[in-house]
Write a new protein. Structure first.
Length: 137
């Protein structure tokens, strides 16, 4: 079984429901095949707090997090992070700190990273990336 690990930007589209193609792709999958990193959970919770905890958004984020598996950060993920960050630096690939952690999480669990972030496609050593916001080819 391959897990689709939703990056924060795609999880945000799911929560907002603003891109029908994303909602359709999610609806086509068994929820057991969809997860987010605990890093994405942290970013979503930060987004709610930054906006002053608006009730509607807070409820939508809470309901989303109930429905998807939130994968914990483990020592194995930390090991993969160290190797991945070093490989990215050697290749001249720059990712934001949280993005690097999410990429390492996807690699560590063998997941497909579902993201709009184009920089993830530059990550060396075979990170599998999909963008649900564009039509399938």
């Amino acid at each position: 079984m391959t897990i689709d690990l939703l990056d924060t930007n795609v999880a945000s589209h799911v929560i907002r429901g603003d891109i029908p193609r994303v909602s359709e792709r999610l609806a086509a999958l068994p929820m057991r095949d969809v997860a987010v990193s605990v890093i994405t959970e942290a970013e979503l919770r930060y987004g709610v707090a930054k906006r002053g905890h608006p009730p509607g958004l807070a409820t939508r984020v809470k309901e989303f997090l109930i429905r998807v598996e939130v994968l914990p950060w483990t020592q194995e993920v930390a090991r993969v992070y160290g190797d991945l960050r070093a490989a990215c630096e050697a290749a001249g690939v720059t990712l934001a700190a949280m993005d690097m952690m999410i990429a390492a999480h996807a690699r560590a669990v063998g997941a497909i990273l579902v993201t709009r972030g184009r920089a993830f496609g530059l990550v060396p050593n075979g990170l599998t990336v999909q963008d649900w916001t564009v039509a399938r080819t």
